[in-house]
Design a protein around this ligand. Structure first.
Ligand code: AMP
Ligand code: MG
Length: 339
């Protein structure tokens, strides 16, 4: 067991401490606008291997490299095509990860043996400050135990990884709340591998044709190769089993109220009073950005209530709703009941 130091993003000396730990090969949980990341020096294979050990992450699931200046992108990839420059000018800094063929400096631990690398320029000021102060690109997957809901507060990170990592930098709750959008430009046409705060509609407006990888909405077919290795694992799951109900509000309320044994509801604002089970609300039905921000914390809170089954309504798939749908359907292991 290590002593995990709790640092504050509002103290400049704590930013310097985080940067020093990272330069020395250590692991620090850092806030970003998407979710908290578990950061290490992206150019140090040994430091990155420690990320996999702390999270229990499968070795074939590559890491995203975080930068604080677009110029760093040119050192991490073989070539920067025009599409990457266009996306960077529109959505960086922000919740968008771009995949390109990797440069030789990227260790195998980061790319998990692929010949590509995923790069993101986060907008969170504390993430930018740590990257800048360390002088390094930082590899950082979500700072949770592999398979659990991603962390959106420093307390979530401590809950999962306290005693296993050197420090957590507390920068308050994350504003987007779901992991970044992942788009690959290493194939033609560009392909959306993971939906997030930058939407498919926005990517299509910027690039023209963008293919939605089938694994975003559906389970991977048996024997099929995942374009994004992270997509093949059950993910984001609380301890309770999640079941998605596809139907109207009325049908949802009536189904849950007749299946109350051990049940809890992940519901929209205004549904609480109509449900006869413990509830955690994750925003209003019309506001997917709010649902995104609340989802992972809500899943953790449902576990604290001790329920064994969580019922939620199947979200819409437009805009940021696609990202909410993608995370919930994986949390549910694709279990959907049509009402
Ligand atoms: P995480 O940082 O835990 O949210 O996961 C990062 C996601 O990006 C995972 O789903 C990875 O499989 C995916 N990813 C990272 N690098 C690559 C890459 N080079 N090619 C395809 N997917 C990638
Ligand atoms: Mg993750």
């Amino acid at each position: 067991m290590k002593q995990t130091e709790l640092l504050s993003a509002s103290r400049p000396e704590d930013i310097r401490t985080a940067a020093r730990i990272l330069r020395e090969g250590g692991l620090v949980g850092i806030p970003t606008e998407t979710v908290y990341g578990l950061a290490a020096n992206a150019l140090d294979g040994k430091a990155c291997a420690a990320i996999f050990a702390a999270k229990g992450r499968p070795a074939d699931n590559p890491l995203i490299v975080h930068i604080s200046d677009i110029k760093q992108l040119y050192t991490l990839v073989r070539d920067v095509p025009q599409e990457a420059e266009r996306l960077a000018s529109l959505y960086w800094p922000g919740p968008l990860t771009i995949i390109l063929p990797k440069a030789d400096c990227i260790p195998d631990e980061v790319s998990a043996g692929l010949d590509t690398v995923a790069v993101r320029f986060p907008s969170h000021p504390a993430a930018q400050a740590v990257i800048r102060e360390s002088g390094l690109p930082l590899a950082a997957p979500s700072a949770n135990l592999s398979g659990r809901p991603s962390p959106t507060t420093a307390q979530h990170v401590l809950h999962d990884l306290g005693g296993k990592i050197d420090a957590v930098l507390d920068g308050g709750p994350c504003s987007v709340g779901l992991e970044s959008t992942v788009v690959t430009l290493a194939c033609r046409p560009p392909r959306l591998l993971r939906p997030g705060g930058v939407t498919l509609e926005q990517l299509r407006a910027a690039l023209g044709e963008v293919v939605l990888d089938p694994a975003v909405l559906n389970p991977l077919a048996a024997g099929a190769q995942a374009a994004s290795p992270g997509m093949k694992y059950k993910h984001y799951a609380p301890k309770a089993s999640v079941i998605l109900l596809d139907g109207t509000r009325e049908a949802y309320l009536s189904y849950v109220n007749s299946h109350t044994e051990g049940a809890g509801a992940l519901c929209y604002a205004g549904d609480e009073e109509a449900l006869r089970v413990p509830t955690v609300c994750y925003g209003s039905e019309e506001n997917p950005a709010e649902q995104a921000q609340e989802l992972f914390d809500a899943l953790r809170r449902l576990d604290e209530l001790g329920v064994s089954t969580v019922y939620a309504r199947l979200p819409e798939t437009s805009g940021v709703g696609l990202a909410v749908y993608n995370r919930l359907i994986r949390a549910a292991g694709f279990e959907v009941i049509t009402l």
